[in-house]
Design a binder for this molecule. Sequence first.
Ligand SMILES: [Zn+2]
Length: 250
Amino acid sequence: MLTCPVGLQSLSAVPTIQAFELGLSITRPLQIQELPNEGLHYGEKVSETLLSDLLEHGPARGSVRFHPEGPADLDIEVVPATQLRPGTTTQRPTIRIHGHVELTLNSCCVRCLCDVRPRIHAPVEITLHPDKDPLEGIGTASKPSDLENPQLESWDEETFPQPEALDEDSYQGTDVFLLDIVREAIQLALPSSPTCKDTDACDLRTQQLIREANAEIEASNAEGDPRWAALRALKREIDETNHGGGTGNH
Ligand SMILES: [Zn+2]
């Protein structure tokens, strides 16, 4: 018997229900009573507009900016860890969300500043427990040991992600904000320092940038600090006047 939450790997014995068949989409929160025992499979495109929004409102990844290049491919399963009791609406099971999202991003090489388009594979792996709900009372199926979901028995233990590798969190009330989980998965998968795939070409461009920057610095040193240009002009004028006056008194 399974006693602790584990990941979803082999669900082939009991196929999940396609979310779109129930009119469900990642674009809106899943109400927990909409989740069937078989679980839901979300296989859909996430629009570029929505991705822009997700990337814009998440925590920044250093100073590197990312923009989506086309829609993302979402492939996740949402499965109750405990069997739902028929005829009840208040129970809030522990749920497991497993899968991945893939997308192409547009960013800037941190070395040569050229455009780069990294392809991101963001794994989604999380167990969500219901938070404490004072109205719910006793007898909910939120504990994994209570009313085990028979679907979980069919999982291949060898392909289980290790429990410590699984993220855990909680959901409040009856809404599960799947999009927040997708956003977090994408944020975690963003490269901290995107660079060009063609490292030789990137090296050449970087060296050229360094040469240009050095040339600018040298030119600026030769001219002196531009902030003192007016004073230098004045000094030159005084020097010329003094020399022109022929005092030579020193
Ligand atoms: Zn580069």
